[in-house]
Design a protein around this ligand. Structure first.
Ligand SMILES: Nc1nc2c(ncn2[C@@H]2O[C@H](COP(=O)(O)OP(=O)(O)OP(=O)(O)O)[C@@H](O)[C@H]2O)c(=O)[nH]1
Ligand SMILES: [Mg+2]
Length: 268
């Protein structure tokens, strides 16, 4: 498919660099900045962005932005996304060409964002965009709102047995190494959540791998957490980027956070 040429304002290669620190922001009327990290999601991205817009327009029209953080996908996801600029004025696309990593892409997106609430969701429909309005509403009273597979009404849907087992092992390891952080939510490994900018501004983050939420739970100034349940789905289109090496990333990330928690983080 040939995408029309994106406008200059929609697409940029200027991702923030340096330490992963989200700045405090000056008031500008943007309530929510939603980061969508992508790598070769050309088959999903257009339908996904339209679905996000359809969920957010009724509750936050003119007060949200969607930032696609694409790591220079070979299938030109960035170009397909940016071609939607006229349909989705709230859209920005960053084509990152210097770094490649999911968790850093999310935080770089927040560094470039304007909103007082910062969120993230995957581009492959595994997190249903329909959960977004409920999360945003929770943010009226919370520092962190999490889309949870394990809250009442949620589930792992059509997930394969080996993925369910992986998930169970990951949760068990997390509970053993970071007990206090893992007790605070039913789904500390969720990839879909919103956090108040104030709760993480000025704190240097050190994520590794796919699980940024653990980073926020340990290093952030999180007092109140709310959850909305959802049914996880298996990916329908495109290929998984999850690899065996992400298990090592996960394990080292847990150890790093355990050390940080011991050094006096708010949640140990
Ligand atoms: N920017 C960026 N995005 C990534 C990278 N790796 C994965 N993603 C995106 O992050 C999200 C999660 O990746 P997935 O491949 O879906 O991982 P997963 O959900 O654990 O695996 P599946 O269940 O098989 O889909 C998707 O939106 C991906 O496109 C990366 O290195 N950089
Ligand atoms: Mg996925």
């Amino acid at each position: 498919m040939q995408a029309t040429l994106p406008t200059r304002q929609t697409i940029t290669s200027d991702a923030p660099a340096g330490p992963l620190i989200v700045p405090a922001s000056s008031p500008n009327g943007i309530r929510l900045s939603l980061i969508v990290p992508t790598l070769n999601e050309g088959q999903n991205i257009a339908a996904f962005l339209r679905a996000v817009r359809d969920q957010l327009d009724p509750v936050a029209r003119g007060r949200y932005e969607i930032i696609v953080m694409d790591d220079d996908s070979r299938d030109r996801t960035w170009e397909i996304a940016a071609a939607l600029a006229s349909e989705i004025p709230a859209l920005k696309v960053v084509r990152r060409r210097t770094e490649k990593a999911l968790s850093a892409a999310v935080i770089r997106g927040w560094q470039a964002a304007a909103g007082e609430i910062l969120g993230t969701i995957n581009a492959d429909f595994q997190h249903p965009p329909a959960v977004l309005p409920a999360l945003l509403e929770h943010m009226e009273q919370a520092d962190l709102a999490i889309a949870s597979r394990f809250a009442e009404g949620g589930g792992l849907g059509d997930w394969a047995a080996h993925r369910r087992l992986n998930s169970r092992v990951a949760h068990t390891l997390g509970r053993a190494l970071l007990p206090r952080a893992f007790r605070r939510t039913s789904d500390p490994l969720s990839g879909c959540y919103m956090v108040r900018r104030d709760a993480i501004a000025g704190i240097e983050l050190h994520p590794l791998g796919f699980k940024t939420l653990m980073e926020i739970l340990v290093r952030g100034r999180i007092r109140t957490i709310r959850e909305s349940s959802y049914e996880m789905r298996a990916r329908k289109l495109g290929r998984s980027k999850l690899r065996a090496r992400h298990w090592f990333d996960f394990f080292f990330h847990l150890l790093r956070l355990r050390r940080a928690a011991g050094a006096g983080s708010p949640v140990q």
